[in-house]
Structure formats: C-alpha cells, structure tokens
Design a protein. Structure first.
Length: 160
C-alpha cells in the first residue's frame, strides 16, 4: 500500500537535476517543513520542530521543478511517502522520501506566473501510445524501478 502525503515547506537545497543513461529525468531537493503555533503567553508565533524530507520528481515534473524552483522558495508537495532506515559505519538513521506527484509554489507567500508546456503530438511509439502523451501508471512504475539505482546514486552523492 502506498501512502500519499501533502506537505508545505521551504526548498532547503537547490534542486539537483540529472538525466539517466536511459533518458529519465530526475530532480531532487530537500524540503524543510516546520510547525508554527501561536503562544498566547508570549503573544507571538513560535516555530516548532523542523521535519526534513527528500523530494524526488521524475520525468516532465522533474524538468519543470529544475527550471522553476530555487533554494528558499515556499512550496506545496504531494506525493508518495517512503520511510527508510539507513546505516553507515559511523551513523544510522531514518530518511523520509517523497516521490512527488505534484509540486507548486505556496501562494500564501507570494505570486507566481504559470507557463503551460506545449506537448507536440508525434508518431506512435513502439508501445502504441503517442509520443508526448501523459505517462501511464505502468510507465511510471517501470521508470521508478529503472531509476531506483540512479536515484540512490544521486541521493548518496548529495551532501544533505
């Protein structure tokens, strides 16, 4: 079963963009999300603990993220959550990763201008679909499987 989560937060690292040898676009960044609450005793807003997430976007979403987001932008992220335990010789911990389905600027904090991408129709591909069509769930699952190694290499080489 896949859990879906929606988060708001701050892009904490500049998005890192790669294209795998198979031509799959992957963009990832760290997201910092903290809780704020109003403290009536101090009559002020207080920052709570910060949660850290690694957000990864594939295909067209990854391309758009790479050209649209920068460190410091406030965003909304919706995607599938994956929690992984990790261990090295010196440390161990848990990482929370989000395979993004949608990412956008948080308009509570500013304005954005949307530019729609034009996807040209072209001859049918080997699988019978038109080039430029939206990916199917089967395409996405296949890409995620083939990109898992590339994604792990990207995350391991990124100093978070």
């Amino acid at each position: 079963m896949t859990d879906t989560i929606t988060l708001t937060g701050l892009v904490a690292t500049n998005p890192r963009h790669i294209v795998t040898s198979e031509g799959l676009t992957i963009t990832s960044f760290r997201l910092a999300s903290n809780q704020r609450r109003f403290d009536r005793g101090q009559n002020a807003w207080i920052d709570g603990d910060t949660n850290w997430y690694t957000v990864t976007a594939f295909r067209q979403l990854g391309t758009h993220v790479a050209s649209s987001l920068e460190k410091g932008h406030r965003v909304l992220v919706t995607g599938r959550v994956r929690i992984r335990d990790w261990e090295t010789d010196e440390k161990s911990g848990t990482s929370v990763e989000i395979d993004a389905e949608a990412i956008g600027h948080d308009l509570t904090w500013g304005r954005a201008t949307f530019t729609r991408s034009v996807i040209a129709k072209s001859p049918a591909r080997d699988d019978g679909s038109e080039a430029g069509e939206a990916p199917t769930a089967q395409d996405a699952a296949s890409d995620r499987d083939s990109a898992e190694q590339s994604k792990d290499e990207l995350l391991e080489s990124t100093p978070f």
